[in-house]
Write a protein that binds this ligand. Structure first.
Ligand SMILES: [Zn+2]
Length: 544
């Protein structure tokens, strides 16, 4: 069976989706995650379309990757310009990226209406561009844009565009369903016809989901002979999105018998999918195949008892192979196991006896209630641990709050001042501290630390590294509810906390206090000894 190459387009095509944006730093983290997963090609974008891309390529050049090759993406040369003089091709040639994908026209409609070149000139544009980059030592992939629509209009011409790309040195030609309207039967026929016409060419497939068939079209293309699949994580992309690489990987490996990833890395699929959503500050699709939170959820009753007796009764694959799990909290049984496991990890002993069951039931009930209010503990393990500690009576509050207050003042010139005052008690002593900040949460954080660093000096190491806000839709018409997520670190470990409320500052306060309280609990994972980094942490806070 042919080896299938994985090609990720999340950072280029995926960014075409509405509201999708990542900083260069965030893109670098996604690259790291995709590399860890074992993706072979990562399309990072055009190396010079804006300062952000320039910065990204600068950082990528320094990055050591285990599995992935970075791909620079560009277009065939412009009409009437020599390849050597084409600015875009020059940028690709100068880039550090060892692989270049260039997109060109394969449909006569686009050649005539969009490029306004003759059919012959378009072929020369493809041939010159591929040959130029190959001559510069690049591995070149040719993306045949609108291939399936072009094949319909003039199959001989569409095939000719592939042929000149291959003859000019492209190592692979990628058939693109750019408008995403094709159906699987058609894709299978066309890929089969290409195979027959160009038996030696290595083929790739790049589909969009406009007819809801992007994944299916990719799979049938593989059956018909394509050996590279292109897609984006979670199917993000323009309009209705690209082919979902996550689903494709699982289908190829678990259903079609292709070995695309070693088992150990396939088990990171869920983590990779959720990481990308988290980085995009976007809610994960709970119903997403294989990796969604509900992908292996079973409601109480016959399904749950069936799964308990034998998972194969109601699960098409074992969730563990893709790193997912049977739903933790809706299903009573697995919920219990998960809580017992997490309690043990936090150093909370849960007996098998009546007391243990009572604890688990209380935690389950509390989680259900909080989830109803809008909490979500995925990624907020520290808040979940604190919840368990409160129920187990193993919780040490950091302080006793009297009150907090935040003032935000803007003058006529637009100058903003933010100031927070906090009043709290520790060991029968009252602390009143006021601090400024660049926003309400930052000011509260500064005031709180000024007070508590006197009695918990080690909290000076804690650094808030990420802060995210999500507005939740409420079904009961009480107005919007805000969920805040904070990631903190101390140089050794990272932990997530959450807060929910109608007021964004109050929700942030909960997450902030959890972040610091977690750090001082007796056996929390965050209390491992950390080297004193007070200065660095202070500097980082000042920048926030
Ligand atoms: Zn595309």
């Amino acid at each position: 069976m042919a080896k299938i190459e994985l090609y990720d387009a999340t950072l280029r095509d995926g960014m075409g989706g509405a509201g999708m944006t990542l900083t260069a730093q965030e893109k670098l983290r996604v690259v790291g995650k995709l590399d860890e997963l074992g993706v072979g090609f990562i399309e990072a974008g055009f190396p010079a379309s804006n300062p952000k891309e320039l910065e990204l390529f600068g950082m990528l050049a320094e990055q050591r990757l285990q599995h992935a090759q970075i791909v620079a993406f560009g277009m065939t040369r412009r009409r009437g310009v020599k390849a050597q003089k084409d600015v875009g091709l020059g940028v690709l040639a100068d880039s550090f990226a060892p692989v270049c994908t260039i997109v060109g026209k394969s449909s006569v409609l686009h050649v005539q209406k969009v490029v306004r070149a003759s059919n012959k000139e378009n072929l020369a544009m493809i041939a010159d561009s591929v040959a130029f980059l190959v001559g510069k030592g690049k591995r070149v992939l040719f993306d045949a844009e609108h291939f399936f629509d072009g094949f319909e209009l003039d199959s001989a011409y569409a095939l000719q565009t592939l042929r000149v790309a291959v003859e000019s040195g492209a190592e692979r030609v990628v058939l693109c369903d750019t408008n995403g309207g094709s159906l699987p039967g058609r894709v299978r026929d066309v890929v089969g016809a290409v195979r027959e016409a160009l038996p030696k060419a290595a083929l790739g497939i790049h589909t969009h989901n406009d007819s809801g068939c992007a994944v299916a079209n990719t799979l049938v293309a593989v059956e018909a002979g394509a050996t590279q699949v292109q897609g984006t994580i979670n199917g993000i992309g323009e309009r209705t999105g690209n082919a979902n690489l996550i689903t494709i990987i699982a289908d190829l490996q678990l259903k079609m018998g292709h070995h695309v990833l070693p088992a150990k890395r396939l088990a990171r699929l869920t983590d990779a999918a959720r990481f990308v959503d988290e980085t995009l500050n976007r809610a994960s699709d709970a119903s997403q195949p294989y990796v969604g939170r509900h992908a292996f959820a079973h409601k109480a009753g016959m399904h749950a008892s069936g799964v308990r007796a034998d998972p194969a009764t109601f699960e098409h694959v074992s969730p563990a192979v893709v790193g997912n799990s049977t739903d933790l909290l809706i299903s009573e049984l697995s919920g219990r196991a998960a809580i017992t496991e997490k309690a043990a990890a936090a150093g909370i002993a849960v007996g098998d006896g009546a007391d243990g069951n009572g604890f688990v039931a209380r935690v389950l009930a509390r989680v259900k209630q909080l989830e109803h209010e809008g909490f979500q503990f995925e990624g907020a393990d520290a808040s979940f641990e604190l919840l368990m500690r409160r129920e187990a009576g193993r919780y040490e509050p950091l302080f006793r709050l009297e009150s907090w207050r935040v003032l935000v003042e803007q003058n006529a010139e637009g100058h903003l001042d933010t100031e927070a005052t906090i009043k709290l008690w520790h060991d029968d002593r009252r602390y009143v501290r006021t601090a400024e900040g660049n926003g309400p949460v930052n000011a509260l954080d500064n005031a709180l630390r000024e007070a508590i660093s006197e009695f918990y000096p080690k909290l000076a190491d804690v650094e808030l590294v990420d802060y995210k806000v999500r507005l939740l839709e409420t079904s009961h018409g009480t107005g919007a509810v805000t969920r805040v997520h904070i990631d903190s670190q101390d140089g050794q470990s990272t932990w997530g906390t959450t807060g929910v409320g109608e007021n964004v500052v109050a929700a942030s306060w909960q997450a902030l206090v959890d972040a610091l309280e977690y750090r001082v609990q007796p056996a929390g994972r965050g209390v491992a000894k950390a080297k004193p980094k007070a200065k660095a942490a202070k500097a980082a806070r000042a920048r926030r």
